[in-house]
Design a protein around this ligand. Sequence first.
Ligand SMILES: O=C([O-])[C@@H](O)[C@@H](O)[C@H](O)[C@@H](O)C(=O)[O-]
Ligand SMILES: [Mg+2]
Length: 419
Amino acid sequence: MKITRIDLTPVAFADPPLLNSAGVHEPWALRTIVEVHTDEGISGLGETYGDLAHIERLKTVVPSLIGLDVFALGLMHKRVGESLGGQTGEDTHGLTGQFSAPGTVDRVYSPFEVACLDIQGRAIGRPVVDLLGGKVRETVPYSAYLFYKWAGHPGAPDDQWGEAIDPAGVVAQARQLIDEYGFKSIKLKGGVFPPEQEIEAIKALREAFPDTPLRLDPNAAWTPATGIKVAKQLDGIVEYLEDPSPEIEGMAEVAASAPMPLATNMCVVSFEHLAPSVKVNAVQVILSDHHYWGGLRRSAHLAMICRTFGIGLSMHSNSHLGISLAAMTHLAAATPNLTYACDTHYPWNAADDVVAPGALSFVDGSLAVPPGPGLGVELDRDVLARLAENYRNCGITKRNDTGYMQKFDPSYEMRRPRW
Ligand SMILES: O=C([O-])[C@@H](O)[C@@H](O)[C@H](O)[C@@H](O)C(=O)[O-]
Ligand SMILES: [Mg+2]
């Protein structure tokens, strides 16, 4: 079954003003929708980042994939690597760690692999989860992903979630997300306010939700000394602390005295980071993400490595749409040692989904693998056309949380660590 054509459609969808250690989300988030077509008339879907430099890299590799068999995934990975010729991408906001040449290959390859697995599944009438070894769980739990946020984008009306800049606002946001989706664990994106304020917010969440597992993620905003202090204050309150401090060395320093496991989606983001991290026990949980770990099969390999070294496994997310959510759910359903609820930004962006409704609905904070062959999701072509038009008109070509923050506060600087 040969690849005959690949369509790349950059899209932009509404994103609320979510705060993080790099600044604040712009009104539009970007993704690229990937459609792979074959000579047998079966097509498959993938979803990836929408920054211009990434789109350019996707375009660079497309010609080398035309004519490939959709089952030849090893060869596909090799061709992506050859076409990129050692290029290394750049993480402009710094929220997902350092890029490397092999990591860039994995990032570019991922949406094509997912689309080919979608095609394989459709061809044999089986869901993608079956191509990954089959379901080890019927449903995949996701966590409520809380953000400090402004009431609305400056100059625009307040959004449906309102302001969350203090413990009361954070608790109210958690209630809103839990009432709507039924989530059974909570993650707070931190690194926005001094750590004492974020500890207070976590304690307020603990009081409001006494039995719900909690996590805090400041995206490396703290020095190791601050990380150690915060870790001690959150002893017994969070199930893990995510990326308190920058780099493998900083995380190892915090880990040596933190009473809870440390998790990362910043210092171990590619296979070559695993050995140095294991050597100094920098992290005890890895947040996998098929968008940069090289697709679903390589993420399954990562899971096996984590199991081998006794490292826990959770799942990371950026702003995304339903194709990504479906792929994450197939992967998580097939991964025995994915023992924490997965992150997802989906609630913040669900209103603009390119996936036709029905396939992805949360029950008690969890998703069942969409029924139907392949990924089990279909594109809504009208929405795709609308989001593609948004992309052409929005004027944004790369995520820039810091630059957007500086529009409102020219003195703002991105500093990591900050406290
Ligand atoms: O979207 C954000 O603001 C997040 O901070 C995201 O970019 C991070 O990559 C991610 O959610 C994380 O867990 O670090
Ligand atoms: Mg994180």
